[in-house]
Design a protein around this ligand. Structure first.
Ligand code: CP
Ligand code: NVA
Length: 307
């Protein structure tokens, strides 16, 4: 079986590792009770520097359903919040638990955790990436569209952490991605350069209609991410015209699916009609966080489990 050491960036995954995880996730979704003892006695430390509903709950339920245990650790309640170093924290947690997942402001924090830990570290969202979200997105797209390679995906809105992981994931799996952002909100240039090295077919444009035309999948996320709250007023102005609504949807394929990682703001990045409409698969996408992360945890910590 695939053994992934750390998941800090989507680019840590090879194409075959992604498919192994998706295949296992699909099996786990079918037989939700078949893996009840797979991680018996194993523990996952979950460090959260920012709020979360889906990531926290899906990881916690994932560990329960695999027979293990998850510990929710609020950053501010740890000695980390009182200036214990990231490295000391990683070293100590490595003596107690079998893997660490961390949601942090700075991508450097999760990289440092991975450098210092002796156990697998999973990025549960940083300012740069959200690779766990990517796995659920790919599972959802594959369920609806059969294959990933050659599909046309349009990202509309902020070139943010979720977009960065999608850019890398699309490059690895051979999907054709078009990203439409207002000027100044394009995805990180280092991510685009890495995607190009991986053979990416990403188009970056400032025109949502150009990106959405003929798309199999439309995808958006909030205009104001956690950590960007100070820019809210300016962002709401700058992103006007970048909403996924019925008009934009009419440019996509008639069987186009609409993704949103959630939480959503109806009337901002997406209209209520589209988010709650027949093209939307956002609840499947949220559910798939659980199945994809169960498969990810199995690939990351099962070797230790096997002894
Ligand atoms: N999509 C996602 O990561 O949601 P949460 O912020 O609720 O975890
Ligand atoms: N881009 C969003 C994703 C939330 C799941 C944020 O970072 O706040």
């Amino acid at each position: 079986m695939t053994h992934v050491t750390n998941l800090i960036s989507a680019s840590d995954l090879k194409c075959e590792e992604i498919y192994d995880i998706l295949n296992l996730a699909a099996l786990m979704k079918e037989g939700r009770e078949s893996y009840m003892d797979a991680l018996k006695g194993m523990s996952l430390a979950m460090i959260f520097e920012k709020p979360s509903t889906r990531t926290r709950v899906s990881f916690e339920v994932a560990m329960t359903e695999l027979g293990g245990h998850a510990l929710y650790l609020n950053y501010a309640d740890l000695q980390l919040g009182r200036s214990e170093t990231i490295c000391d924290t990683a070293g100590v947690l490595s003596r107690y638990v079998h893997a660490i997942t961390a949601r942090v402001y700075s991508h450097e924090t999760v990289r440092e955790l991975a450098r210092c830990a002796d156990i697998p570290v999973i990025n549960a969202l940083s300012d740069m990436e959200h690779p766990c979200q990517l796995l659920a997105d790919l599972l959802t797209i594959r369920e609806r569209k059969g294959d990933l390679e050659g599909l046309r995906i349009a990202w509309i809105g902020d070139g943010n952490n979720v977009c960065n992981s999608l850019i890398l994931g699309s490059a690895i799996t051979g999907m054709n991605l078009a990203v439409a952002c207002p000027a100044g909100y394009e995805p990180d240039a280092r991510v685009v350069a890495r995607a190009n090295e991986l053979g990416s077919k990403v188009l970056i444009t400032n025109d949502p209609v150009e990106a959405a035309s003929g798309a199999d999948v439309l995808y958006t996320d909030v205009w104001v991410s956690m950590g960007d709250e100070g820019e809210e007023e300016k962002r709401l102005r700058d992103f006007s015209g970048f909403q996924i609504n019925s008009d934009l949807l009419s440019h996509a394929k008639s069987d186009c699916i609409v993704l949103h990682c959630l939480p959503a703001h109806r009337g901002q990045e997406i209209s209520a009609k589209v988010l709650d409409g027949e093209h939307s698969v956002v609840l499947d996408q949220a559910e798939n966080r659980l199945h994809a992360q169960k498969a990810l945890l199995m690939t990351m910590i099962s070797r230790q489990c096997d002894g």
